[in-house]
Design a protein around this ligand. Structure first.
Ligand SMILES: Cc1cc2nc3c(=O)[nH]c(=O)nc-3n(C[C@H](O)[C@H](O)[C@H](O)COP(=O)(O)OP(=O)(O)OC[C@H]3O[C@@H](n4cnc5c(N)ncnc54)[C@H](O)[C@@H]3O)c2cc1C
Length: 376
């Protein structure tokens, strides 16, 4: 068990949230034990969360992760919105006044590897292929069993148990956290294509199909992601170069849910374990990393009991934003889609709208970290 002078801390889950939490604790001299059911970080070919926002870069500067991300990630210079191929609105990121570009593009597996690299430098190695099975639901005295890949089991009674074990969190379910919300009827589909030559990776485009949408996002120098609400979307893609391979495809239903409290007794939740929402806005991974950084700071300050009250407003804000973004891009009503096409070009001339959009994309619509002077 990772021991501090006072508390033993067990973190269940080594996705971006668990890795960031263990790292932010370690850089403050607090050891934790990090276990994960997975055999390692997310596979590199599954691009998953692609956007690293400015808030995350601010948060991960002190641990040295931001420098690694910036050396490898791609800057987004434009967000484009079109309707049936006709341009409606372009928002340039250069106009955004901040230390960092609102969103940098890096596949999730790479971001996880950078977090891991810095964590290893602090002498902490996640225990992979170790599944946590809750043994008691007593939040004042959590007891868990760890099932290791070699068949070994052990019982652990940590002083603090932190569930960063993703959307289907065993910790959340066993320790009595409710997870209210709803799922959308429609499914989302995505496919990543690798091309025979480098492609323009400087922009994201959302093309409304009326109804439905086809999104185009950069993954890396020769790979683009397409996503849609339409299962047949791949026939509508206009490939910018010769396709070498489809590197990854997936489909998912979107739920909007968050726990009513992010801690109960000695049990804490962060990341997807505590909240799930649409990827519209690229907030999922970023919000989890932000939870992790706040919780590590509060533990170091011996104020972890304040965590839920401080984080829930940010979670509510992001769920509200992503609900609004999702409703906007999935409009079906023909009158509303027509109105959207008429109004969006006007926004090209209203800097207030593009600033609000960029602030949101940068993740700067939640409270800034109080421990970083001057943070936005
Ligand atoms: C197909 C797909 C596409 C996505 N696309 C996007 C996107 O475009 N943009 C975006 O922002 N987000 C996207 N996401 C969401 C994003 O990946 C998540 O928000 C992010 O990974 C959350 O990080 P996390 O660390 O909280 O949870 P996860 O990344 O889910 O990590 C959970 C960790 O917990 C471990 N674990 C689970 N159960 C147990 C257990 N019982 N015991 C021990 N360990 C356990 C897992 O092994 C893993 O290490 C996507 C997700 C998926 C699956």
């Amino acid at each position: 068990m990772g021991e501090t002078s006072e508390k033993s801390i067990l973190i269940a889950g080594a996705g971006p949230t668990g890795l960031a939490l263990a790292l932010e604790l370690a850089r403050r001299g607090i050891k934790s034990r990090l276990v994960a059911k997975a055999a390692g970080p997310a596979p590199l070919h599954e691009s998953r969360a692609l956007g690293v926002n400015a808030r995350t870069l601010t948060l991960l500067e002190a641990s040295g992760v931001s420098a690694l991300i910036l050396a490898k990630a791609r800057r987004l210079t434009k967000f484009k919105i079109a309707s049936s191929g006709k341009p409606l609105l372009t928002i340039e990121t250069e106009s955004f006044r901040s230390r960092y570009c609102p969103i940098q593009i890096l596949p999730q597996g790479q971001t996880e590897r950078f977090l891991l690299q810095r964590l290893l430098a602090f002498g902490i190695t996640p225990e992979w292929s170790a599944e946590l099975i809750p043994a008691s639901g007593d939040v004042q005295k959590p007891v868990v069993t760890l099932q290791h890949a070699d068949g070994r089991t052990e019982t652990v009674e940590p002083d603090l148990l932190i569930g960063t074990d993703g959307a289907h969190s065993a910790v959340r379910q066993a320790f009595g956290f409710t997870f209210p919300g709803n799922a959308l009827e429609s499914r989302f589909f995505l496919a990543d294509y690798r091309y025979a030559q480098p492609v323009d990776t400087g922009f994201i485009e959302m093309n409304f199909l009326n109804p439905g949408v086809l999104g185009r996002l950069p993954v890396n120098e020769d790979t683009l992601r397409y996503l849609s609400t339409d299962a047949d979307f791949e026939t509508r893609i206009e490939h910018p170069a010769m396709v070498l391979e489809r590197t990854w495809a997936s489909d998912f239903r979107i739920s909007f849910r968050h726990v009513e409290t992010m801690s109960r007794g000695k049990v804490y939740l962060a990341g997807d374990a505590a909240h799930v929402h649409s990827p519209a806005g690229a907030r999922g991974m970023n919000l989890g990393i932000e939870d992790a950084c706040w919780l590590a700071w509060l533990i170091a300050e011996r104020r972890e009991q304040d965590y839920s009250a401080l984080r829930l407003p940010a979670v509510r804000t992001v769920l509200k934003d992503t609900r609004r973004n999702t409703a906007f891009i999935t409009l079906k009503n023909p009158i509303l889609t027509r109105l959207r096409s008429l109004l969006l070009p006007l926004a090209n001339h209203v800097p207030l709208i593009s600033n609000a959009f960029l602030r949101n994309a940068a993740g700067q619509d939640t409270p800034p970290p109080p421990w970083i002077p001057g943070a936005q």
